[in-house]
Design a protein around this ligand. Structure first.
Ligand code: AGP
Length: 608
């Protein structure tokens, strides 16, 4: 996610903005910039790379001024570069904008502005916004912003200044958070509390589709139509560390709970005017997708588990043959791939060495490469022919949570799109599935309400020496992922297994000391899962079942049940992942483990 800081007051703005951006570094970024009201109008300075590059430039060539906006960019449109860095300006260099979010209709707006003679220098959606605001400017910046935003679809948190209104800061938000900080003779805006906590603890959470016009002495909030809005002032009692985690004790728990919003961002801009999945500009032509003879998915760890779900989706719905390989195995197995193969790399970081080596091998053999990735401009994103970006924001916790569910949703979107191209999915079916996919964030919010119940259950499991995770069908990968989550943050040995395999060996493990987590949601394999649960209970094993809300049968067989909302089976892994993540988290914290940075692990495995 990008970071925004703004300041108007009587102090030197540059150090305040740089300090604020530094406190937002945890959000991840690839470039930074600021725009300052200085004697001769507004000065803009941007640098690719870390904040130190920008700070160095400002030491060598200072900018004096008592107001401005600053930004750290997490690229979503356009690779990391100076021209794509924020702030972005209109053609006259009068309006300067910093933005966090995704403008869904920026192509349409940009086309129209270009017809009217506007020239653009970046690949970003934000630059379009600067031109749009400049086009509406008639001497009142807040008014111009309101008018421009009425034409915009998508998510934004904005800081805007204009060289004709020194000392005036305009902020606006829809879908991306933005706060106002109230000082004495000075005021602030920021994407998140840590940026301004050392200046003020009095903040206003700007509401949806609200615009704030801010000077050193005043804050006026309106809706997009210009009607005044009154917002309460909140007092923040967190310390700086808690503030970075939005009050959660760990980044991992914050990232578990932000998944509904993350999936909203993964879905953003991916439906046509009828609400049916449409993937534009993924970098591989519809013909190549339509004519692919095989898809081969390659990934590591959690991303591999997402790939296993992806195979089931693509084969069962898009009716295309799919193989899945661990990246570390793929490159050595001399795979049969050619120009008729599409290789899909799944990777949050885009830097995993095994996965990168895999796609290089695939390209060498003539395959097209389409990646599902969370980092714009990462090595794998750059070397792929096409990318479906997850737009999940940086994942700080080493144990992958929101990246996993956003990867599955990316596969679901791709499946519906590919199914339409290959005529294995009718328009009506695509409409139905698109609606089911859009329902996921609200169902995820319901599933996360089980957090307390799962917390209560941790005492029953935290001393276990081993655990078994069982699933079938779409939730066999969920069992693998649940086991990985537990073992990597609690250090309890855990094994994920296809439940149907129990009788072929693993059932010998079952006794009173072995907890089994069984994913038993409503599905075509529900009865078989129930039988597996009964087999375990008959051998004194304890069972925690993850089941579908409304299932009254399961409680008669499992020791404990955690419910997830009803959903089509093909989307259920997105929901069953949540209690599995929470269970691992609460057991690990009960054991006193460092859940954000587990021993021996790195967030991105850039070595083979
Ligand atoms: C996930 O919890 C693990 N930390 C790890 O398995 C991770 O999924 C794997 O290293 C792949 O990383 P990537 O998605 O960045 O390629």
């Amino acid at each position: 996610m990008c970071g925004i800081v703004g300041y108007v007051g009587n102090r030197d703005a540059v150090p305040i903005l740089l300090d604020g951006l530094q406190r937002l570094e945890y959000r991840g970024y690839d470039s930074a910039g600021l725009a300052i009201f200085s004697g001769e109008g507004v000065c803009v300075r941007k640098r690719v790379g870390k904040l130190g590059e920008l700070a160095q430039s400002l030491r060598e060539n200072p900018i004096a001024g008592t107001g401005g906006v600053g930004h750290t960019r997490w690229a979503t449109h356009g690779r990391p570069s100076e021209e794509n860095s924020h702030p972005h300006s209109d053609g006259a260099g009068m309006i300067h904008v910093v933005h966090n979010g995704i403008i869904e209709n920026y192509h349409t707006l940009k086309d129209q502005l270009q017809i009217e003679g506007h020239q653009f220098h970046s690949q970003t959606d934000t630059e379009v916004l600067a031109h749009l605001i400049g086009q509406h400017y008639r001497g009142d910046l807040a008014h111009a912003v309101r008018e421009a935003l009425q034409m915009v679809e998508g998510a934004y948190a904005l800081g805007i200044i204009c060289d004709k209104e020194p000392g005036r800061l305009v902020a606006a938000r829809s879908g991306s958070p933005l706060i106002l900080g109230l000082g004495e003779g000075e005021n602030f805006i920021a994407s998140d509390v840590p940026a301004i906590l050392n200046h003020t603890r009095k903040i206003i959470y700007l509401g949806e589709k609200e615009v704030a016009s801010i000077s050193a002495e005043s804050v006026e909030i309106t809706d997009l139509e210009g009607r005044p809005v009154t917002r309460d002032i909140s007092r923040i009692d967190w310390d700086a560390s808690a503030a970075e985690k939005s009050g959660y004790p760990h980044f991992m728990l914050k990232e578990i709970h932000e998944q509904p919003q993350v999936i909203n961002n993964t879905l953003r801009g991916r439906f046509d005017e009828d609400g049916v999945v449409e993937l534009r500009d993924i970098g591989i032509s519809d013909d190549d997708l339509r004519n692919a003879r095989k898809i081969l998915i390659t990934a590591c760890g959690t991303a591999y588990h997402a790939g296993l779900v992806g195979r089931l989706l693509l084969e069962r719905i898009a009716r295309v043959p799919v193989e899945v390989d661990l990246a570390s195995e793929f490159r050595y197995r001399d795979p049969v791939i050619d120009e008729g193969t599409i290789v899909m790399a799944v990777t949050q970081s885009g830097e995993t060495a095994d996965t990168l080596a895999g796609i290089r091998e695939a390209k060498r053999r003539g395959a097209r490469v389409l990646s599902i990735c969370n980092v714009v401009g990462s090595s794998i994103a750059r070397e792929s022919d096409g990318v479906i970006y997850q737009n999940a924001g940086p994942e700080i916790g080493v144990a992958s949570t929101k990246a996993y569910t956003s990867q599955i949703v990316a596969f679901a979107l791709f499946t519906v799109y590919l199914g339409q191209l290959r005529r294995s999915v009718s328009r009506e079916e695509a409409m139905q599935m698109s609606a089911e996919i859009r329902d996921l964030p609200s169902k995820m919010r319901q599933a996360l309400e089980q957090d307390g119940a799962i917390f209560e259950s941790r005492d029953r499991y935290y001393l276990a020496e081993s655990a078994l995770f069982l699933g079938r069908g779409y939730n066999y990968p969920s069992a693998l992922e649940g086991a990985l989550k537990l073992k990597e943050i609690s250090y309890i040995h855990a094994e994920g297994y296809a439940a149907g395999e129990m009788k072929h060996g693993p059932i010998a493990l079952v006794d009173h000391s072995l907890p089994a987590i069984c994913i038993c949601v409503q599905s075509e394999v529900y009865d078989k899962m129930l039988s597996n649960i009964q087999e375990i209970r008959a051998r004194q094993g304890s069972v925690l079942a993850i089941a579908t809300e409304g299932d009254r049968e399961i409680a008669r067989h499992a020791d404990e049940v955690v419910y997830v909302p009803e959903a089509p089976e093909y989307l259920s892994p997105v929901l069953t992942a949540l209690p599995l993540q929470l269970l691992a988290y609460h057991i690990a914290t009960r054991r006193g483990c460092d859940v954000d940075q587990p021993r021996n692990l790195a967030k991105s495995v850039t070595v083979e």
